[in-house]
Design a protein around this ligand. Structure first.
Ligand code: 13P
Length: 252
């Protein structure tokens, strides 16, 4: 069987953490660490540090915004546009993280519009999807993640899929220490890939990376990375620590 053309991808979502001193330490371990050159590594600092991090990190490590708005400019106090993110040399944006959905009330519709606009503006995107514990326990996982994925996919043109990495992050696993088992994560990744196959194209399903997020650590990353449809990770807490390097190197 052909091996999939999907480069391993590891994102570090720093969330609302860090100051210049702490970020300096993260940059040090990323610069000094022996990062597997075949892994695509992307760090997502808070917006205010995007330009500083982009200028300080080696160019082999990409930078992502944690969020962006759905229009280029205008009367939208507090927002940041994809055009501005690009203007400071940053190439990626995480969109629709579960904290944006559940703490800030972002809807599937808004997230879809943000994905569409960011891609049009030339950013690469990491749209996030994932079910809550009560949704999983009531057997609704597939219904929820397919609905979230459809709202995203509807805004992506065929030639833009190469700039998309889907993050599956079950909400019950984020920041809880309760990682999905490799089998649990693999099961949903397979279903998401089948959804892409049935609703977008076989080519997109084969080539699009689907990464897992939720309590990934240096201890559990290798076992997860062995699953055929887990193409990398989106890491929260551990992305602030030197252990992140071991997650980047999980496939070595
Ligand atoms: P943790 O790795 O801290 O569980 O966070 C996952 C996450 O939300 C990454 O976007």
């Amino acid at each position: 069987m052909l091996s999939a053309p999907r480069n391993f991808f590891v994102g570090g979502n720093w969330k609302l953490n860090g100051n210049k001193q702490e970020i300096g330490k993260i940059i040090n371990f990323l610069t000094a660490g022996n990062l597997d050159p075949s892994t695509e590594v992307v760090c997502a600092p808070p917006t205010i540090y995007l330009e500083y991090v982009r200028k300080t990190l080696p160019s082999s490590v990409c930078v992502a915004a944690q969020n962006c708005y759905k229009v280029p400019k205008g009367a939208f106090t507090g927002e940041t546009s994809p055009a501005m993110i690009k203007d400071v040399g940053v190439e990626w944006a995480i969109i629709g993280h579960s904290e944006r959905r559940n703490v800030f009330g972002e809807s599937d519709e808004l997230i879809g519009a943000k994905v569409g606009h960011a891609l049009e503006a030339g950013l690469k995107v990491i749209p996030c999807i994932g079910e809550k514990l009560e949704e999983r326990e009531s057997g609704k996982t597939e219904e929820v993640v397919f609905c979230q994925l459809k709202a995203i996919a509807d805004n992506i043109k065929p030639d833009q899929w190469q700039n998309v990495v889907i993050a599956y992050e079950p909400v019950w696993a984020i920041g809880t220490g309760k990682t999905a088992s490799p089998a649990q994560a693999q099961e949903i990744h397979v279903k998401l890939r089948k959804w892409l196959n049935d609703n977008v194209s076989a080519d997109v399903a084969w080539k699009t990376r689907i990464i897992y997020g939720g309590s990934v650590t240096a201890d559990n990353c290798r076992e997860l990375a062995r699953e055929r449809d887990i193409d990398g990770f989106l890491v929260g807490g551990v992305s602030l620590k030197p252990d992140f390097v071991q997650i980047v190197n999980a496939r070595q």
